[in-house]
Write a protein that binds this ligand. Structure first.
Ligand SMILES: [Fe+2]
Length: 391
């Protein structure tokens, strides 16, 4: 979804006989928006069949809503606390370890903490998934090859891509399920789709999977896949290794983008947060705040102004550094400032920022148009005194 890429072995023409190893390779065409949107074509050693019917499994993600899911107040969710809570141990696989905190028609927002070596295959048929790797790292395996990721990376797994995640050590990720799809903001593209010279990143900043075509087939074993579609989970047995591919090309593939590769900008006087826009969905903008020089005009106030952004709910995941405009937050904090009430810096922060030259924060912000619902899991980690902290 960034640009056209290719890996491994490909025939000259799609949909034609291709026998790189003497026997016919099977094409697997992966399309979006019906057959009208971005697509990739993979070449598999074997056609991967779904064996028998899928077996429904109980809901694997707790999506129960809170006591008063629409209550209007500024919230601080202490997501870092969960790491210290033994009852919520981090031994599950990534797709089991989701904590659903907030959601609307466009997004599900939460965290993902786990540390196991994954064995099970997963595909999310509802959404592109975006993870911000707050702690940890590993390798995403798929038919596209292997994609390494590390702390500070955004990791995007497109809808319905069968994958498995291999990690070493504890993982703590901020997670956004993008039901309308994830893309680069339109204003960063030129007329032929290339990232513009004034975009805050370049094509080289996006890493895609590397496919090393195996010379030997993997020993056959059971290939069990868990899928999610319309919020329901089911298990399937596959007839062959779904990663046994020979090559692929196209525009749909998993990718990473390291937050430090985002080129921030500042102005003579304060620029709106849209200049930090990194990814877009149909109804949301995902922004990266990274260390930067701040506004340099005479008398400039670098701290964000108090404001009423009357159409969007604002969520911030705090990653690292000093969060000058907000008190009482730390790495792993998630703030929610909903539309309908104004918000802004904590008392004193606005004044204190005058004359500042640099900001040393790293954070992921989401502005989303559809109001967010508060889930029960969010209430269990809510800081009861956050709203009062403005008084
Ligand atoms: Fe705001």
């Amino acid at each position: 979804m960034i640009e056209y890429r290719r890996e491994g072995l490909l025939p000259e023409k799609p949909h034609s006989v291709f026998k790189p190893e003497g026997q016919l390779a099977y094409e697997h065409v992966f399309t979006r928006d019906g057959f009208d949107g971005p697509f990739s074509i993979l070449y598999m050693r074997e056609q991967v069949q779904f064996m028998g019917e899928g077996v429904s499994v109980d809901a694997l993600w707790d999506v129960s809503v809170g006591r008063d899911p629409q209550a209007l107040r500024r919230r601080h969710l202490r997501s870092f606390e969960r790491a210290e809570n033994k009852e919520m141990s981090r031994t599950e696989e990534h797709f089991l370890a989701r904590q659903v905190l907030l959601s609307n028609a466009d997004l599900t927002i939460g965290t993902c903490k786990f540390e196991s070596a994954a064995e099970t295959l997963f595909s999310n048929g509802d959404a592109d998934e975006l993870f911000y790797i707050h702690e940890g790292g590993g390798v995403l395996e798929s038919a596209y090859g292997e994609l390494e990721f590390r702390q500070g990376d955004y990791l995007c797994v497109p809808k319905s891509v069968i994958h498995r995640i291999r990690v070493k050590g504890p993982q703590y990720w901020f997670w956004v399920e993008c039901k309308s799809g994830l893309r680069v903001p339109k204003q960063y593209r030129n007329t032929i789709g290339q990232l513009r010279m004034d975009a805050p990143y370049t094509h080289r900043d996006f890493k895609s999977p590397v496919l090393k075509v195996a010379t030997q087939r993997r020993a056959s074993s059971s290939f069990e896949l868990t899928t999610k579609r319309r919020g329901r989970f089911s298990k399937h047995q596959l007839s062959a290794d779904p990663f046994d591919s020979l090559g692929w090309d196209g525009t749909v593939y998993p990718f990473t983008f390291h937050i430090s590769r985002f080129s921030p900008r500042s102005g003579q006087y304060h620029l709106p947060p849209t200049v930090h826009g990194t990814f877009a969905t149909a109804g949301s903008l995902i922004c990266s705040f990274v260390p930067r020089m701040v506004d340099f005009g005479e008398g400039a106030i670098p701290c964000p102004y108090p404001h009423s952004n009357v159409d969007v709910d604002e969520v911030i995941f705090y990653c690292d550094g000093d969060f000058t405009s907000r008190r009482g937050l730390q790495a792993g904090s998630i703030s929610l400032h909903p539309a309908g009430i104004p918000h802004g810096p904590h008392p004193g922060a606005y004044e204190a920022s005058i004359g500042a030259k640099e900001a040393h924060e790293t954070a992921v912000m989401i502005d989303t148009f559809d109001p967010l619902r508060i889930h029960a899991a969010a209430e269990t980690i809510e800081d009861a005194h956050y709203d009062e902290s403005w008084v």
